[in-house]
Design a protein around this ligand. Structure first.
Ligand code: OSB
Ligand code: MG
Length: 368
């Protein structure tokens, strides 16, 4: 892989409806779209999923842009990579900033797969030709939540994820379970609890939740192990898992039974695949997490979620779920709760240039 030109686009689009958690509300989504061209004119696409503000992890669109422009792209435009997995090693001395790395690493994977004439799913070792979709009920209001679940069920989503916190848990879930006794339901706390809340969390055991995602601290591995011994609901880690080593620690300690793999959070597809393989060896279930993303990241997720240990429905949704119009040449569609894994070379999609132009705030071209 010999990259000679990079285009960095910052885009912004309003969500169809606000996405609300105990940490705040997202109404508009910014992202950095990366396009990398090699000497033969082949292009690879990546999406940087950092948010405008550091509410979910430390990175933001501005920090990611800085890291990409000043530290990653100058190297990528100088170096030749035999394989996209070399990226992770090359930037091992660039600490942290996983989403900045991922935005560029994923573009290298797309380009590499296209050069091989194979789908990204095939290149990664995917075995599934469709993946199971799941919806997130990102509201703190019961009436709203019931309406959304009704709608998502009709659309075919295979599981619903509620966003909970100590201010909105037992009564909230109880009201939803009353109306939907059989819907596959899980809860995501985004670190809203501490070990002082063990009784509260144990009270959730009666609602037959598939799992509770990230109840405790964003960097914690130890206390989740203590909590898991005291509740029946399986714990799933999200924020706490930033690399393969975190997964090893979680397995050793018994901190979770399930892991949410987000490509951006773990610094790219090489790490995501490594985490997948480790979970598979150790009988942990995994699913593909979402970042309220645009189509490029959605397409990378479809390829990743086609790997064998992705046995649970992910935060995977069609293009129209969050967007009036996505940025791809054609929308990602869901049928009966399943999304087809593309078989065309690379991620199997290209950009709708007209749409990108409409939503672009900033564009920069860098050459070698
Ligand atoms: O905690 O999983 C999370 C979205 C943004 C930031 C954090 C999280 C989420 C989601 C996924 O819940 C939403 C989606 O992309 O469908
Ligand atoms: Mg989460």
């Amino acid at each position: 892989i010999d990259i000679v030109k990079a285009q960095v686009s910052i885009i912004a689009m309003p969500l169809k409806q606000p996405f609300s958690t105990h940490l705040g509300t997202v109404r508009e989504r910014e992202a950095i779209i990366i396009e990398l061209w090699d000497r033969e004119g082949e292009v690879g696409y990546g999406e940087t999923v950092a948010f405008s503000s550091p509410w979910y992890t430390e990175e933001t669109v501005k920090t990611a842009y800085h890291i990409q422009k000043d530290f990653i792209l100058p190297v990528v435009l100088q170096k030749k990579f035999a394989h996209p997995s070399e990226f992770t090693r090359e930037f091992s001395s660039l600490r942290g900033n996983p989403m900045a790395k991922s935005g560029i690493e994923t573009a290298l994977w797309d380009l590499y797969a296209k050069k091989q004439g194979k789908s990204l799913s095939t290149i990664l070792g995917g075995e599934r030709n469709e993946v199971r979709a799941g919806a997130v009920v990102a509201t703190q209001d019961v009436t709203d939540a019931l309406k959304q679940i009704e709608q998502f069920s009709e659309q075919g989503f295979e599981r619903m994820k509620l966003k909970i916190s100590p201010a909105n848990d037992v009564e909230f879930i109880k009201a939803i379970r009353r109306e939907f006794p059989d819907v596959p339901l899980m809860a995501d706390a985004n670190s809203a609890y501490t070990l002082d809340d063990v009784d509260r969390l144990r009270a959730l055991d009666e609602f037959d939740l598939l799992m509770i995602e990230q109840p405790l601290g964003t960097t914690d591995i130890v206390e989740h192990a203590i909590l898991q011994k005291q509740i029946n609901t399986p714990i799933c880690l999200d924020e706490s898992i930033t690399n393969v080593h975190d997964v090893k620690s979680a397995i050793q300690l018994g901190s979770c039974q399930i892991i949410n793999i987000k490509v951006g959070r773990v610094g790219g597809l090489t790490n995501a695949k490594q985490i997948h393989d480790l979970c598979q060896e150790n009988q942990l279930q995994v699913w593909c997490g979402g970042m309220i993303e645009f189509g490029i990241s959605k397409a990378h997720n479809l390829a990743l979620a086609s790997l064998p240990a992705f046995t649970l429905p992910g935060d995977l949704s069609p293009s129209t779920h969050y967007w009036e119009e996505d940025i791809l040449d054609r929308p990602i569609e869901m049928e009966k709760g399943k999304i087809t894994v593309p078989t065309l070379p690379g991620i199997g999609f290209s950009l709708n240039e007209r749409r990108v132009e409409e939503v672009r705030l900033h564009k920069e071209i860098i050459t070698s």
